[in-house]
Design a protein around this ligand. Sequence first.
Ligand code: SAH
Length: 251
Amino acid sequence: MVHFVGAGPGAPDLITLRGAELLKTADTVIYAGSLVNPALLALCKTDCAIYNSAEMTLEQVLAVIEAAERAGGTTVRLHTGDPCLYGAIREQMDALDSLGIPYDDTPGVSSFCGAAAAVQAEYTLPGVSQSVVITRMAGRTPVPEREAIAAWAAHGASMVIFLSAGMLEELQAELLKGAYTASTPAALVYKATWPEEKVVRCTVDTLAETGRKHNIRKTALVLVGSFLAPDYQRSQLYNPSFSTEFREASR
Ligand code: SAH
């Protein structure tokens, strides 16, 4: 059996209870060494076989899993944040299906949630934006043309841009082609929830300059949108003049 597990954004106590339990009992752990906090490996059994997938191909990962299965053990495949975002889990699941190896998936706290916590913000503010766009700039992995940053930026919604801290100059130009203006608030969040976390607030037109100044080139998220500004409307849910399923309006 293979358990895909979300490790969370960095702080070791942000893994789920279920994820921690699976790590404690696994015979083999394959972790994404580029971003998973190695402190989590302290949970593993002393005789657990541990592999760093940053140095492996998909074929090598599968070979380790197959050998572990033959030996009758369980494998944890530990991905950073939540495995469903930029985790390359689909190709592993499909391969496991072909090999007849069962698996399940334990979600984790994605770094976009860790970043919101770091800036103490809410992406979905009434009167500002009710949508969060999670996307990336094209790198070695292409992005479909219809999903270009400029196309998303046209909505002016809250945006979280992954895997793009090394391309801030290009990102800034793309964002300005949409509904954002030079003064739309933005933030760079480096290693959210790690001890070395850095949060730098800026505006869309100063993203590249801010990245250079604070030496942020990787392991960072770019947050963009008016959810980072002071103005919004209060919620209806907690408004005294609104009745809900659980509470009568007071007047
Ligand atoms: N599955 C992960 C994302 C993996 S892609 C998740 O749910 O978060 C790797 C990218 O995620 C990095 O390039 C960076 O943009 C972002 N990232 C991962 N952990 C991060 C963290 N703690 N702080 C800021 N960005 C992070």
